[in-house]
Design a protein around this ligand. Structure first.
Ligand code: PRP
Length: 182
């Protein structure tokens, strides 16, 4: 892993052990609320898939999964504010208990967009679990129902999160301070 991050300032923000422990706690909360309801978990690509893979393996009750492809950041570290769907849902969510799975809640624009888009399909319920929550960056007044960690306004990579599609495979969450040229 050191080759990947050579020359960058990438201090560890959250170790894999700390993430693993928190994912187990989140799973326990979700199990308490959803056991017996066969929820439909919708992971938001691409950032959420590592978190989603770990989370669902801690959930020992009936559920189904799907993915939505959303892109809200342009090239670089700043949000463009533009949202594009790159993969739609495979099945109807009407009458289902939907739990959106996100890696990070930042400005809130993406979740607001998803709330508006998915509520038209009349799910029974619609909630959000996010591994990371940057509340200080919020532009749209939305909140997550389950939050792994609230973090300050730093640019994080690893555990599914990227900078220009790189670093997603790092097992720990790291702060990228000096951004590489693209
Ligand atoms: C990230 C994250 C959320 C969104 C949150 O996705 O996965 O979907 O940004 O930001 P917001 O609250 O400001 O809308 P990103 O666009 O980086 O794409 P990726 O998941 O493919 O890395």
């Amino acid at each position: 892993m050191t080759d990947l991050i050579a020359g960058q300032t990438v201090e560890i923000l959250l170790t894999r052990e700390k993430i693993e422990a928190r994912v187990c706690e989140l799973a326990a909360e979700i199990a308490r609320d959803y056991r017996g309801r066969a929820p439909h978990l919708v992971g938001v690509l691409k950032g959420a898939w590592v978190f989603m893979a770990d989370l669902i393996r801690q959930l020992d009750f009936d559920l189904t999964v799907d993915f939505l492809g959303i892109s809200s950041y342009g090239v670089g570290a700043q949000s463009s504010g533009k949202i594009k769907i790159t993969k739609d849902l495979d099945v109807s969510i009407e009458g289902r208990d939907i739990l959106i799975v996100e890696d990070i809640l930042d400005t809130g624009r993406t979740f607001k967009f998803l709330q508006d888009m998915l509520s038209v399909q009349q799910p029974r319920s619609l909630r959000l679990v996010t591994l990371l929550d940057k509340t200080s960056r919020r532009v749209v007044p939305v909140h997550a129902d389950y939050v792994g960690f609230e973090i300050s306004d730093v640019f994080v990579v690893g555990y599914g999160l990227d900078f220009n599609q790189r670093y997603r495979q790092l097992p720990d969450l790291r702060v990228l301070r000096s951004q590489p040229s693209v």
